[in-house]
Ligand binder design. Sequence first.
Ligand code: MG
Length: 441
Amino acid sequence: MTKNLSKIAKTKKIKYFLISFVDLFGVLRSKLVPAQAIGEMQKNGAGFAGFATWLDMTPADSDMFAIPDPNSLIQLPWKKEIGWLASDLWMNGQTVKASPRVMLKKQINKLDKKNLIMKSGVECEYFLISEDGKTIADSRDIQSKPCYDQSALMRRYELIKEICDCMIELGWAPYQNDHEDANGQFEMNWDYEDSLVTADRHVFFKFMVKSLAEKHGLRATFMPKPFENLTGNGCHAHISLWNGKVNKFLDNGDRFGLSRLAYNFLGGIMNLAQPLAAFFNPTINSYRRINAPPTKSGASWSPSSISYTGNNRTHMIRIPDPGRFELRLMDGSSNPYLLQAGVIAAGLHGINNKIDPGEPLTCNMYTDYKNYPNLKKLPDEIDDALEYMEESKEIKEAFGEDVINSYIKLKKSEIENFNKDEDFNKRNPITNWEKNNTLDC
Ligand SMILES: [Mg+2]
């Protein structure tokens, strides 16, 4: 039975609901709705003008409606009178096909037809920076290898503890928090879940980290590369496919503990990594993180070639443990829904075509890449990624040609806007345009 949000509001003393959706560029949009009106909104949705967001619409289009998914409800642990809801977009009685949560659900349905669900976990790295975005917030956090630095971590204890406490309260099962490889950079890990739940939580996590950082007088950024010489913000995903309680990726007879199905899925991702970079690395700034030179810490920790391996972080895909693999391509600007949707679409392509990923590589790809000149490279900038996507009949088939065309059209308009004032060159300093448009991604 559908949960009744009006009743829930009364029991949980929720006064306001944030009816939210994420547009194609990953921007979180909302209306703040008093509890008295939530019954009507649950039925018919909250109205929005699509053109005012990053969706392929015109000012003449009729309103679209965000119909909240009651299963996504999160009562803000730091402001309990507010309930947050993820929504699906509707227009003229139909779902908006080129909207991220709907796009993910389409891929989930295809997996469902094979009696499979994807479970995933995401590792959202972020920086704590000054208000103007020019420096990291902690002026003492300057050592060249700052990863796991206890003192720098503990100087942020009050904030990190508050975020982690929230996740405990929400039942996300967080299990570790650390200082990452760049000065001012942190990561917090919580348990994996069904891909839609993880995507909703991913959206909420970014909102929560930014909101609580602000409360502590800080600014949090998930921008892929906010500082040229430091490691960027990745958003690695750990992937497995399940049938009920059975992990279909697990095969204890295999050297890495992966099944044939898992290798096919992984092969599909390798096959479509170039076009999918347009989803996984969707911003102009993203391309300062991949194909990047070594950072101050000694490594960029991000891939440049399309390869897979065992427990070795220099490749695009790592198999750290039996029964799952880690995709290290995505960055902090990737849209949480398109991230999961892209993985499923590529994985299904691999399963349906029984794609063999070939032999794994064991080398240090950061130093030995010259020995593998035939490996496919990741796109060097967003224009290249969009071109790969435009040419990919597999991606167009998976998502629908209209949907992909809408995405490409909007991204190209953004690049045009950038090109008016700037020139992208990853050897030059990060542009103001990138900061203005990506710091709060
Ligand atoms: Mg990390």
